[in-house]
Design a protein around this ligand. Structure first.
Ligand code: ADP
Ligand code: ZN
Length: 624
């Protein structure tokens, strides 16, 4: 690599200088990344940044945020600094850029000091024109002074919502980034986030740009994600039904606790499924190994706590299943957003039960922060529960939460199988009466025992068998009442009081119902889940149809291409998708290029990758 960083046709690395052969962003997209067209929003943001306008871009996970700043960085005469909070994220981004022939430097705490010094030298000397680092490393007086001498043209703030106290994941070390503009008045600032409601957006823009920047919101809609929520009745059965027809696909199963994570992983293993468990209680190298396997092997199911996934950029994750209620809509959106980043269909399923609601409330109460914060978090949880119990389109409900209007999607569980809504006012009155007449002092299981006329010691001791409502709901099974209470909680008629050990309390709307002023509609289906629903059957058929799109002959070639990719990825110590994403392999299997030139036409094959991989891939294709 020569000092002034000219880019050569043979795929030599891209370093300093504005490489003459790129006439504009589209050239870089083709010639460096090997993609044919921009995705929605990319061109606009790249245009702003190359024109020197600071911008906040709110785009969903998988929309392709990285290219929005990587292309301006490659085109710029000056250097670019990318602030990113996570070591794993930094390493993955750096590996992906290097695979496309772009020199990058990365400084972070996961590396030895000498290695960091070396990376800094590369950046300072212009051998790398991009530097990734964490916020706390950038904002030290020493680093700022050194950085001023380099005079970067672009600062990129990834996961920018961390700067806002309004958001759910505020990080104190991000707060200082508000001073960036004063330190570097001649630099453009680009901020990216996938989760920010309107208040959070305004706050981020205000802190980073002080009014001199644009905010661009690009739809949160991820039409390729199928949304579904079910009440948890029997997670083993529900999970196995969901996994039916997904053999050979990669996916994530999220659990709230380490214990459940292990239990689920053991169970799936017994069922003959290739599975890895991942949680914060494991030694670091075990976690690392699990993550590497998930990234590089096909068809692995990762059972994990939410400790897993931040910064996981695996584009071909085909499903995400939550066995517990997520922490908030933001968390849910981010977690399901890890599926289908390649744009191909992906399925999501969330199971939730009363225990989950109680546990999440408990977390919020124990979180120790001030009351205002707790109140806000409880409200967030309420919004999530309302989503779970929604009887209309899920996607519409999800997007509405992020202030995005949309039409019914036709692809979620509620659109495909509209739930039947029935009148439950009579049952509601009985339930509320049972709660009221026992002093709003008991949790769901005791209240259900009363309604069903159970002869427990607790009931006898307290004389609850003398109540008018004792046994009044005998005709209904326990499951029914659990579902009913869940819906009453989600509908805001009951609250679970965590400070009083999870007892059920009535809200004003429940009072109104008891005196006959309001009625209560419930989702019938949610109350009586049946064994294998029509929904599951249809879903399995759809998955099969997608897989059948490739001919049998192409399928077998695809398998070989995947095996080759895995070998190449292992040799290089990078995740498989860094070699080629799934979409590219599928196109290769379909198109069957016979020359380098033909292979270069395939989406996702840039010149660097062509030089490196054409030979082995063409060989496998020719032999097929
Ligand atoms: P985000 O950061 O928004 O979650 P990424 O930047 O990681 O998303 O991009 C997601 C995936 O989409 C990556 O594999 C990336 O290479 C791919 N991608 C980005 N832009 C394009 C494009 N214009 N055409 C095809 N693939 C793209
Ligand atoms: Zn829908």
């Amino acid at each position: 690599m020569d000092g002034n960083g000219e880019v050569q046709q043979d795929g030599a690395a891209i370093a300093m200088g504005a490489p003459e052969r790129f006439r504009g962003p589209l050239d870089v997209l083709h010639d460096v990344f090997g993609y044919q067209a921009f995705r929605p929003g990319q061109r606009e943001i790249i245009g702003l940044l190359t024109g020197g306008t600071s911008a906040l871009a709110v785009m969903p996970t998988g929309a392709g945020k990285s290219l929005c700043y990587q292309i301006p960085a490659i085109l710029s005469e000056r250097r670019t600094v990318v602030v990113s909070p996570l070591v794993a994220l930094i390493d993955d981004q750096a590996a992906a850029l290097r695979a496309n022939g772009v020199n990058v430097a990365a400084i972070h705490s996961g590396r030895a000091r000498e290695a960091n010094v070396e990376e800094w030298r590369d950046f300072a000397a212009g051998r790398s024109k991009l530097l990734y680092l964490s916020p706390e490393r950038l904002m030290t007086p020493r680093m700022l002074a050194a950085m001023k001498r380099i005079d970067p043209g672009l600062f990129v703030i990834d996961e920018a919502h961390c700067i806002s106290k309004w958001g759910p994941s505020f990080r104190p070390e991000y707060e200082q980034l508000a001073e960036l503009g004063q330190h570097f008045p001649n630099a453009t600032i680009a901020a990216f986030t996938a989760t920010a409601d309107s208040a959070t957006r305004a706050d981020i823009a205000d802190k980073l740009f002080h009014g001199n920047g644009r905010t661009i919101v690009h739809g949160f809609d991820r039409p390729n994600l199928q949304l579904a929520v079910q009440p948890k009745t029997n997670w083993r059965r529900q999970l196995m039904e969901f996994l039916g027809g997904k053999e050979g696909q990669s996916g994530i199963v999220y659990c709230l606790s380490r214990r459940l994570t292990e239990e689920v992983a053991d169970y799936l293993c017994e069922q003959g499924i290739k599975v890895i468990a991942y949680h914060a209680g494991q030694p670091a190298d075990q976690r690392r190994e699990g993550q590497d396997r998930f990234m590089s092997e096909d068809g692995v199911v990762m059972v994990a706590t939410i400790a897993f996934g931040m910064g996981i950029d695996k584009p071909d994750i085909r499903f995400v299943c939550h066995l517990n209620l997520p922490g908030s809509m933001e968390a849910y959106y981010q977690e399901i957003g890890r599926a289908g980043r390649d744009g191909a269909p992906a399925e999501t399923l969330m199971l939730y039960g009363l225990d989950d609601i109680r546990m999440q409330r408990q977390f919020i109460e124990n979180d120790g922060e001030n009351d205002e914060h707790k109140l806000r978090e409880h409200k967030r949880l309420d919004a999530l529960l309302a989503y779970c119990e929604a009887s209309g389109c899920r996607r519409q409900a999800l997007l509405a939460y992020f202030d995005d209007a949309s039409e019914p999607c036709g692809n979620c569980d509620n659109c495909l199988h509209p739930p039947k809504v029935v009148d439950g006012t009579g049952e509601a009155r009985a339930l509320f009466e049972a709660i009221a007449s026992t002093g709003q002092f008991f949790g769901a299981s005791h209240i259900i025992d009363i309604l069903r006329g159970a002869e427990t010691q607790k009931i006898a001791e307290r004389g609850h068998d003398k109540l008018d409502v004792f046994g009044i709901g005998k005709a209904r099974p326990k499951d029914f009442w659990q579902g009913f209470i869940r819906q009453a909680v989600a509908g805001g008629h009951l609250v679970i009081n965590i400070q009083r050990y999870g007892c059920l309390e009535l809200t004003p709307s429940a009072d109104a119902m008891m005196v006959g002023q309001e009625t209560f509609s419930i989702r019938e289906e949610a109350l009586m889940p049946c064994a294998k629903s029509k929904r599951e059957e249809k879903r399995a058929a759809r998955v099969q149809a997608a897989a059948n799109e490739l001919s049998e002959r192409d399928q077998s070639l695809l398998k070989e291409l995947k095996a080759l990719r895995l070998d190449l990825a292992r040799e290089r110590g990078v995740p498989a998708y860094v070699v080629f994403p799934d979409a590219t392999l599928i196109e290769l299997a379909r198109v069957r290029p016979t020359s380098e030139a033909q292979m270069g036409e395939v989406n996702g094959v840039g010149p660097k990758k062509l030089a490196e991989y054409a030979e082995p891939f063409l060989k496998v294709i020719a032999a097929a």
